[in-house]
Design a protein around this ligand. Structure first.
Ligand code: ADP
Ligand code: MG
Length: 607
């Protein structure tokens, strides 16, 4: 082993960069935070090639003098704290004096700045940690930081940067977190010189939420507001029916900083307990305000986590605030029926459907025109599978559609005729007699397993049947989600899902696997997008496919609470022997419980 020595500044900065700068979006985060700390009221972000080539943040904040410019790229140089006391009352976004030198050590950086009260500006350039002296430069008041070729000198890190679409998506997520915390600040984002977001300063948080996640969601939000001792909790939650499959739909902000916090997350889960599927995440935008002395931000390099002085207060205040709003609101999901003339939002969504139908009518080959029919009203809940194909959901569609197969029906002819007699109890369990005793089957779990096997087999063989939707179903998508759809077209194709772009905030589901004819196409696509954005760039393609199939199986299966007819019960039981591993559903829960005659005799003390 060699002797101990002190690391050079250059190396220290590179190590810090390893913690703080993971990808282009991390640079955007640090630069935006610096601009906010500088009191900016308008921020402009230009990125090229998903930020891989260029990230530039321009602000109208206080600016820096030439000596500050020279200082700002030195490690541990900050204007935000001076003493240890300050460390326990941080009210700025930054304070570690780490971001600029870290970025400068792994990229080519240029900072141009002019203090508001001076009429000349200066610039400094740093390449891979080597800086040139500051020199005079023409500049408007404020600061502009330009970062090119991130990780140009760290090939090991560069390897982890993904495609431009993925990186751009992360940048938008990052911008959303900052813009939702600072509605009074204006933001503009361009990508490859095209304006993607132009957000005027506003007082309306729901307006901002709508900018990023669509009007539909924004309009449905319920507002939260409460004050408990020193802590105020405000913001919005979406009604339980809009819960998503990914945690990223829960936003919490503490004094203007986006934070991830397990106490807040737990309180949200608790408040919605019994109202949403435990595997789902309610959508929430929560704003916490608390004296900075009540928590420590200096526990995580990117300050995304904090340590509370009183975590109980946080948990109970959030829980109480949410319970209060949930109790006050009417959460019964609205029945989707025919258009009522006096309901503007329903009329609007009807208009969107018609516009989409119209668009595809014009752009599709002539022979497909036949397939477009006026929208039909759908049942509020997908109908359970029927024993006769003519009664399945396709019944509402013209008879030309022959590709629809009723999942339960399909292998019926192959099923052994001696399927045991069974009854359904509580619309949830099937109880059947077996030679050894009785078996109690969870109808959803079993059907899910059957669907899972059928879907996987067909996907493997490449012959999954798909069904063209008579009327393409609109799904509201963010630019980020749109990019995901493009990026994963092949995967979607294997899954039998075809989604095409339709206008800026909308995509249209065009085709869908026939086996899923009971599932709600837009809801399924939303769940799929959540999975993709959560796992899309980390999971191995095969694992991702596997996860998707599991999700499809779950959505395609009958639910607990669905009444089944005698024929459907028979079909389910008959197929039980045909699937492998039928004793547990894809999530690993058991599908059936057995009671032998011996068990019964013991229980009744006959032996
Ligand atoms: P920190 O934000 O933790 O202080 P940084 O490395 O991010 O550390 O920034 C170093 C210093 O550079 C800041 O403390 C601030 O004084 C100055 N600075 C950085 N960005 C800006 C900006 N956009 N406008 C004005 N000053 C800035
Ligand atoms: Mg900073």
């Amino acid at each position: 082993m060699s002797t101990i020595h002190v690391l050079s500044d250059a190396l220290v900065n590179k190590i810090a960069a390893g913690e703080v700068i993971e990808r282009p979006a991390s640079v955007v985060k640090e630069l935006l935070e610096n601009s906010l700390d500088a009191g900016a009221s308008w921020l402009r972000i230009d990125v090229e090639d998903g930020g891989r080539k260029l990230i530039r943040v321009t602000d109208d904040g206080v600016g820096m003098s030439s000596s500050d410019l020279a200082m700002c790229v030195q490690s541990h140089a900050t204007s935000k704290i001076t003493s240890e006391d300050d460390l326990f009352a941080i009210s700025t976004m930054g304070f570690r004096g780490e971001a600029l030198p870290s970025i400068a050590s792994v990229a080519q950086m240029r900072v141009v700045s002019r203090p508001k009260d001076q009429d000349a500006g200066h610039e400094i350039t740093v390449t891979g940690g080597r800086s040139e002296p500051a020199r005079a430069a023409a500049a408007p008041p404020g600061t502009c930081v330009e970062v090119r070729n991130l990780f140009f000198n760290v090939p090991a890190r560069r390897k982890f940067i993904r495609g431009a679409n993925t990186e751009y998506g992360h940048i938008v997520d990052q911008l959303a977190k900052v813009a939702l915390a600072h509605p009074a600040v204006g933001f503009e984002l361009t990508h490859n010189r095209r304006t993607m977001y132009h957000l005027e300063p506003t007082e309306s948080l729901t307006g901002r939420i709508g900018n990023f996640y669509g009007r539909e969601l924004a309009d449905s939000l319920l507002s939260v507001s409460s004050q408990r001792s020193e802590l105020s909790v405000s913001g919005f939650v979406a009604p339980p029916v809009l819960a998503r499959s990914a945690a990223k739909w829960q936003f919490s902000f503490l004094n203007g900083r986006f934070v991830r916090d397990r106490f807040v997350q737990h309180a949200v889960k608790e408040a919605f307990r019994g109202l949403v599927d435990p595997a789902k995440y309610p959508v929430a935008f929560l704003y916490l305000r608390l004296d900075p002395r009540g928590y420590d931000v200096n526990v995580h390099p990117t300050k995304i986590e904090v340590r509370w002085q009183d975590s109980n207060l946080v948990h109970s205040a959030v829980l109480a605030a949410l319970r209060d709003v949930l109790l006050r609101s009417d959460l019964t999901p609205a029945l989707e029926t025919t258009v009522a003339e006096d309901d503007p939002s329903r009329v609007r969504s009807q208009q969107v459907r018609e516009a989409i139908a119209d668009f595809f009518k014009r752009s599709e080959p002539a022979q497909r025109r036949m397939e477009f029919t006026p929208p039909t009203s759908k049942p509020a809940r997908p109908a359970p599978p029927r024993p006769e194909p003519s009664l399945s959901r396709s019944a509402s569609l013209p008879p030309t559609d022959v590709s629809v197969t009723a999942p339960l029906r399909e292998t019926r002819s192959a099923a052994p005729p001696e399927a045991p007699r069974a009854i359904q109890i509580h619309n949830t369990y099937l109880v059947a007699e077996t030679p050894e005793g009785v078996v109690i089957i969870d109808q959803h779990a079993l059907h899910e397993r059957i669907m899972y096997q059928q879907l996987s087999e067909r996907i493997m063989e490449g012959n999954l049947e798909t069904q063209r939707l008579l009327l393409p179903e609109p799904v509201a998508v963010t630019p980020r989600q749109k990019a995901l759809l493009t990026e994963h077209t092949d995967l979607l194709k294997r899954l039998g899902v075809e989604v095409s772009s339709f206008g800026p905030g909308t995509a249209a589901v065009q085709a869908f696997p026939s086996l899923l004819n009971h599932a709600d196409a837009p809801e399924f696509v939303r769940a799929l997008l959540d999975k993709l954005s959560e796992k899309g760039h980390t999971a191995h393609p095969e694992n991702l496919l596997q996860e998707m199939v599991e999700m499809m199986a779950c959505k395609a299966a009958v639910k607990a609470g669905d009444p089944l007819t005698g024929g459907e019960i028979e079909d389910l039981i008959a197929q039980r022997d045909l699937v492998e591993k039928s004793s547990s559903c894809p999530h690993g829960r058991p599908t059936a419980l057995k009671l032998t005659l011996r068990d019964l005799e013991k229980q009744f003390k006959r032996v």
